[in-house]
Design a protein around this ligand. Structure first.
Ligand code: 4AD
Ligand code: MG
Length: 480
């Protein structure tokens, strides 16, 4: 069989009489582009990438190469003599040859090589990835500098890129303006104290002079919300999508010190319904787009990493998300037969175990929990003025396995309410500009933030948040 294959290669090479087409420079194709050619006619092409496998037989050499553009590798077939001695697993190569129909059912095309050049050899013994080995995600986590060359991280990073594009499209198609909110800020939007302070490393501390680079304490942003509120006051519907930082001393599977947050702010939003609708539309539209644009990458997760996940995602997409007030949620939790580590009690925050239970209770359909106790939430949330069980117009979206995916609220747009709340917190001076916004043509408004890595975990079924971001940062770990 391989003899016949080799003959075919040799024959083709011998019969290629010089003609202008052959004299032309071979076209550089990505692996994906080469694989998508339906009727290959022996066109001259060049492909650059990394070797996933090399198998040399008596008459033929097989090389699988990948350049990150697709989950599938391109098969290269060649005379064994054509392979340089340093052509190994992990090396980077440039292969030039003819794209031909493959005799194998599992692939449409293959590249009959005429020249194979090793661009960068790979020290295979020291290389953390091993040939023909399935590397679990937690093993790969140790090697953030090479894990992107595996099938799982390759698929994940393509999906991440696709989801990013889908998020931008969603907002553009729905009339939102994209705003770059600052990374360095002088406010702690959430007031939870989980902030990283920013100072110059070269600071010359002169006694008596202001010690801060910016004259005021400055922090890495925990949320772009307050800046978005400024912009919503001019553009009505705005969003931002960028890195967010929390000095959360947690090694949990759902917390990072640096994560990406999608945040939207809507002026003239009078009810939490508007905010919930925007969250649900975003989730469903982006997920639909990702599932249809990268089916093979999604399949890797849904079939191999998290079997059964496909049906779970389907369920989330097909059903209307459920709505439940915080007060109802506490009642459901109190009635639960399950023992919780943290006893559910009105006035206490929902823990991950509670959030997961509530989603299970709702048949694994995402659930909006709204109207949280006033004392649990940040100063900017709108007071519901509802008496003894005092709540604010806050809403969290809880999803299967992950728990909280989005947090949002109506914002306190009444200057007197806001002023007295900030006064009580001793923050009136810091947030004078924010109070002023309520005096200069304010509108009822609200918005939300969605954790991008939690979103990826939710749709792909990945257990640990550290496996859905290229370079995870968390307490005691900042590798690279
Ligand atoms: O609920 P959070 O804290 O809400 C805000 O920051 C609002 N200011 C957003 C807004 O209304 N514009 O965070 C929003 C989401 C959470 O629901 C969660 O998905 C994610 O951000 N998140 C984290 N993701 C990973 N690691 C962490 N440490 C996270 N903290 C929050
Ligand atoms: Mg929250």
């Amino acid at each position: 069989m391989f003899g016949a294959r080799c003959m075919r290669l040799v024959l083709r090479r011998c019969s290629s009489a010089p003609c202008p087409r052959h004299a032309a420079t071979p076209k550089l194709l990505r692996v994906r582009e080469a694989l998508e050619v339906r009727d290959p006619a022996g066109q001259d092409i060049k492909v650059q990438g990394w070797v996933r496998s090399v198998r040399s037989q008596k008459d033929v050499l097989f090389v699988h190469m990948n350049d990150g553009s697709s989950l599938e590798n391109l098969q290269v077939v060649a005379d064994p003599g054509l392979g340089p001695s340093d052509l190994t697993f992990g090396s980077s190569v440039e292969v030039q040859g003819k794209l031909i129909k493959s005799p194998h059912k599992r692939q449409n095309v293959e590249l009959a090589a005429e020249n194979i050049r090793v661009v960068g050899p790979c020290d295979v013994l020291a290389f953390p990835l091993k040939y023909k080995t399935h590397h679990p995600l937690d093993y790969l986590r140790q090697f953030p500098h090479v894990r992107c060359r595996t099938n799982s991280l390759g698929a994940l990073l393509r999906l991440r890129s696709e989801a990013t594009a889908a998020i931008h499209s969603f907002f553009k198609d729905n009339g939102y303006l994209h705003v770059h909110t600052p990374i360095i800020t002088s406010n702690d939007c959430e007031g939870a104290g989980e902030i990283f302070q920013v100072e110059s490393a070269n600071e010359k501390r002169v006694p008596g002079e202001n010690p801060h680079f910016f004259d005021v304490p400055a922090f890495l942003t925990v949320s772009g919300q307050l800046h978005l509120e400024v912009m919503a006051g001019a553009f009505s519907k705005v969003y931002t999508f960028g890195p967010t930082f929390r000095a959360d001393d947690s090694q949990s599977r759902r917390h990072l010190a640096e994560f990406y947050m999608v945040e939207a702010e809507l002026s003239f939003a009078e009810s939490l319904q508007d905010i919930m609708q925007a969250m649900e539309d975003l989730f469903k539209k982006v997920t639909d787009t990702v599932l249809s644009s990268c089916p093979r990458d999604v399949e890797l997760f849904h079939k191999h990493v998290a079997p059964g996940q496909e049906a779970k995602v389907e369920r989330m997409l097909k059903n209307r998300f459920i709505m439940m007030s915080y007060t109802e949620a506490i009642e459901v939790l109190k009635r639960a037969r399950q023992e919780f580590i943290y006893k559910p009690e009105w006035g206490r925050d929902l823990q991950t175990e509670h959030e997961r239970y509530l989603v299970q209770h709702c048949g694994e359909i995402p659930v909006f929990v709204f109207n949280y106790p006033y004392d649990l939430k940040p100063f900017y949330m709108r007071d519901n003025e509802d008496g003894a069980q005092h709540t604010v117009a806050a809403v969290d979206l809880l999803v299967p396995a992950v728990g909280e995916l989005c947090g949002g609220s109506l914002r306190e747009d009444r200057p007197d309410f806001l002023q007295s709340r900030l006064q009580r917190l001793g923050l009136e001076d810091t947030y004078q500009w924010y109070i002023d916004l309520r005096r200069f043509g304010s509108t009822p408004h609200g918005g939300f933030g969605m954790g991008f890595e939690r979103y990826l975990r939710c749709i792909l079924g990945v257990e640990n948040i550290k496996d859905v971001i290229p370079f995870p940062r968390f307490s005691h770990s900042c590798v690279l």
